[in-house]
Ligand binder design. Structure first.
Ligand SMILES: Nc1nc2c(ncn2[C@@H]2O[C@H](COP(=O)(O)OP(=O)(O)O)[C@@H](O)[C@H]2O)c(=O)[nH]1
Ligand SMILES: [Mg+2]
Length: 364
């Protein structure tokens, strides 16, 4: 795989922070400036960059590193956490389908992977026992009809399209929606034609399809390998239709992992819900911001650090609960889980000793 400039830049920074003896005022400023440079080079918008570094700075000054964690480890942890937050947070995105039928419209430039992703999504939800229908409205690309029809057959989804139709996409859509309604599908996925940001006609068509379908969700499909261009694509679409979520494709071959960071941060808060990790219809994953940022920072052993800090934080939260007398069986279970995560037997036995003391002192 070709070297990824963003991963390289972050990995260098992480190594530099690790090599520091002590983080004084000047070094902190320098590290923050370097984070800004890296993000700006990846085409993340200036206000987002500033908000990320400002939060890191404030938290670094205000929060004390948990016991046993050095200030440089803490700084790395804050960088990790704020990037994860910018990408939607630690919690997995909500991929549940609300009302039935739920209408999901896919948009994105030609070749970004819409049709393939439509089939992947159908497969994903069929496995969760939903009845799924696919509608092809792309009348521009020769073969789009057959491509989706064949994929629909493979994944056992209902399909509606009109081969060689003289009807405009909007009419095909209308017929398709009626067909899906009659067949009582739970989820309708609407595939659309590929668009280019200069092709205003096509963008207007996306808007017309949006107005007609009134989708519950518009999912922007972005090819992760386009890197910073993703931002421009996202912005062009956003002028015409609101974007609710993102499907990031070709994460298996991405040399420019920045695509995710750039596009999502630019897409006005729309979260990446899914990623495509190969051409096959089973190669779909729910996006995990933690995993993505770990890769971006070239983490490896940093993951152990993040786990450790999380366990310490969890531990101290539980200790507070215990001290406040808010203790029940669940607290004790959480306590034991977090102790087990802390690792070395010495730490475990010390923590265990603390729990016992606390529990005795509150008369448990
Ligand atoms: N490696 C890889 N290829 C993908 C992925 N998703 C789509 N593709 C490929 O990208 C190309 C364009 O996909 P297509 O669905 O036709 O794009 P559309 O024009 O947006 O409908 C096809 O060759 C797909 O097999 C992915 O996650 N990984
Ligand atoms: Mg297509």
């Amino acid at each position: 795989m070709a070297p990824n400039p963003l991963v390289e830049a972050f990995t260098n920074l992480v190594n530099r922070i690790r090599g520091l003896n002590y983080i004084d005022e000047a070094t902190l400023k320098e590290v923050l400036r370097e984070i800004q440079r890296i993000l700006l080079r990846a085409d993340v918008s200036a206000d987002v960059v500033l908000s990320i570094t400002k939060t890191i700075e404030e938290r670094f000054r205000q929060e004390k590193p948990p016991q046993g964690i050095t200030s440089k480890e803490f700084l790395l942890y804050l960088l990790y956490q704020e990037l994860v937050k910018a990408l939607g947070g630690e919690e997995a995105p909500n991929v549940n389908i609300g009302k039935r039928p739920y209408k999901l419209m896919l948009i994105g430039v030609e070749g970004s992977g819409k049709t393939t992703s439509a089939a992947k999504l159908a497969r994903f939800y069929i496995k969760r026992n939903l009845r799924v229908g696919l509608i092809e409205t792309d009348t521009y690309r020769p073969g789009a009809y057959h491509q989706l029809k064949q994929l629909a057959e493979r994944v056992n989804a209902l399909f509606y399209g009109e081969e060689d139709s003289k009807d405009p996409p909007i009419a095909i859509l209308r017929h398709g929606l009626e067909y899906m309604q009659r067949n009582r599908v739970d989820l309708v996925i609407i595939d659309t034609a590929g668009r280019h940001r200069n092709e205003e006609e096509l963008l207007k068509e996306a808007k017309a399809i949006y107005d007609e379908a009134k989708p519950d969700e518009v999912m922007l499909v972005i090819d992760a390998t386009v890197g910073r261009q993703a931002a421009a694509q996202t912005e062009a679409f956003m002028k015409y239709v609101p974007i609710n979520s993102v499907f990031l494709t070709k994460m298996d071959s991405t040399a420019k992992a920045g695509g995710a960071l750039t596009s999502v941060i630019k897409s006005g808060g729309a979260r990446i819900k899914f990623i495509g990790v190969g051409e096959d219809i089973d190669e779909i994953e729910v996006f995990d911001a933690n995993k993505y940022v770990s890769r971006l920072l070239g983490m490896g052993d940093l993951e152990a650090l993040v786990e450790k800090i999380r366990a310490i934080e969890e531990e101290s939260k539980i200790m507070e609960e215990i001290e406040e007398g808010k203790i029940n069986l669940l607290t004790i279970k959480k306590q034991i889980d977090s102790i087990m995560k802390l690792g070395p037997p010495l730490v475990r036995s010390w923590s265990y000793y603390q729990v016992v003391c606390c529990q005795c002192s509150i008369g448990l």
